[in-house]
Design a protein around this ligand. Structure first.
Ligand code: SPV
Ligand code: MG
Length: 432
């Protein structure tokens, strides 16, 4: 029997995939290289089905002899390993930017005289369109909740952006650019206490309660499918925190980040300019454990946020807390800093990785905003939160327009700064 290799994501199987597999069967024994979550998220969004679910489907398709995990988007790596006689693929990868991967496979096959067989692309159906429709229909709270852990496991870095209403949620959901030949987009959203309070005209001092925060989140969840990390401030009173955990997981939030401060909390970036008090290690561990005990879904993450660098308590204190919080069962750690360069964050990372190789590390590069994501990856950081940029960028534009209208006594001077009515209507899917 000749060896035939077919690679696929296998998220939503339709007759187009079956046609490829049927063609492959004609040439010999079919091995499916099933792209892992990691491989898929190099170029596309996280598949709806988990790897094991996708594997189960494909193993039961007629003519498939075996399903192997393909860890890279680039098929040629597996092709070189398996040295099949044939690779069968849809012909839709002939166009840029995917043609480079086709060329690599051709190059690999030429090393042992293998052949590429291309099946005409099935025009009447597209997985991408199906995915779009599924996204339009929405997502269950559980699927959304679970997707953050999957993303952390799959990606070098999970990129999260602040959203404070439905529209900024839509930007987080849909913004994407091509960078270095890859499609990059945001993986999830941050519900920021700073921007949720500020956009209501209230101070960032836990004055906006969980119930009100949920109103914003509900608006965002109505129109998005990506996971959300919730800024839980101090977590409130010890006795209240378990209720917050239950509420957040019920709506499908993936993680709550709780900072180790106590009493009246102020925004971290103010540092010691304002009076802020760090909780004792024991007190904070007790709160975290109360949350862990309350949660029902183990995929819901309780993340401890260390404020030692913010409050000038020193690196040793930060590390001692990291060790204690990991011991208490924290699912991840966020280290915050208000310095303009990332030196202290990187020093923390180096020492943190000696404590744990598995607990994910989260950062919020607001003050040290010159760092590139690839530098964060090099320091073993798993999640990067752009914590306030949607609101900070929108507000100056609104302020300027308001002042110009006052100055000129009419609105025509701001016309160019504004979206046309048609464009603003088009912004929201389903309006026209
Ligand atoms: C927020 O976005 O509300 C945060 C991050 O907690 S920071 O403002 O930097 O404290
Ligand atoms: Mg906050």
């Amino acid at each position: 029997m000749k060896k035939v290799y077919v690679s696929m994501s296998g998220d939503i199987i339709h007759h187009g995939h079956i046609r490829v597999i049927e063609k492959a069967r004609e040439y010999g024994e079919v091995t499916i290289g099933l792209l892992t979550d990691k491989a898929i998220t190099e170029y596309k969004r996280l598949p709806h089905l988990r790897f094991e679910q996708r594997r189960q489907v494909l193993e039961n398709v007629r003519g498939v002899s075996q399903v192997l995990p393909q860890q890279d988007w680039d098929d040629s790596i597996m092709v070189r390993e398996l040295k099949p006689d044939y690779v069968v693929h849809g012909d839709d990868w002939k166009q840029a930017p995917m043609d480079i991967f086709r060329n690599r496979v051709l190059e690999a096959l030429s090393e042992w005289g293998g052949e590429l067989v291309e099946v005409p692309y099935t025009r009447d159906i597209s997985s991408s369109d199906i995915v779009k429709n599924i996204s339009g229909t929405g997502i269950t709270p559980t699927m959304r909740l679970q997707s953050l852990k999957r993303l952390i496991a799959a990606k070098d870095i999970v990129r999260v952006i602040e959203s404070h209403n439905g529209l900024s949620g839509l930007i987080a959901e849909n913004a994407s650019v091509e960078r270095d030949g890859k499609i990059v987009c945001f993986d999830g959203m941050w519900s920021s206490s700073l921007t949720d309070s500020t956009s209501r005209g209230k101070p960032d001092i836990e004055a906006v309660d969980v119930t009100s925060r949920l109103v914003t989140i509900n608006d965002i969840f109505e129109v998005t499918t990506k996971p959300m990390i919730y800024d839980g401030d101090t977590g409130g009173k010890l006795e209240h925190f378990p209720f917050t955990v239950r509420t957040l997981e019920r709506v499908g939030i993936s993680a709550v980040i709780v900072e180790d401060k106590t009493g009246l909390k102020k925004n971290s970036l103010l540092g010691n300019e304002v009076s802020q008090k760090q909780d004792s290690i024991e007190g904070f561990c007790t709160k975290i454990q109360a949350g862990l005990k309350a949660r029902i879904n183990p995929e819901f993450m309780i993340v401890t946020r260390i404020e030692s660098l913010i409050l000038d308590a020193g690196m040793d204190d930060a590390i001692a807390r990291a060790e204690a919080y990991i011991g208490a069962g924290a699912d991840a750690v966020m280290i915050h800093s208000r310095h303009k360069n990332p030196a202290e964050v990187y020093e923390f990372c180096a020492r943190f990785h000696r404590l744990s190789k598995t607990v994910p590390l989260i950062v919020v590069p607001t003050s040290y905003d010159e760092v590139y994501e690839h530098e964060l990856i090099d320091h073993g950081i798993n999640v990067c939160i752009y914590a306030n940029h949607m609101l900070r960028s929108a507000y100056p534009a609104m302020w300027d327009v308001a002042h110009k209208i006052l100055k000129h006594g009419r609105a025509c001077e701001v016309r160019e700064q504004c979206l046309s009515i048609k464009d603003i209507l088009k912004l929201v899917p389903g309006t026209i």
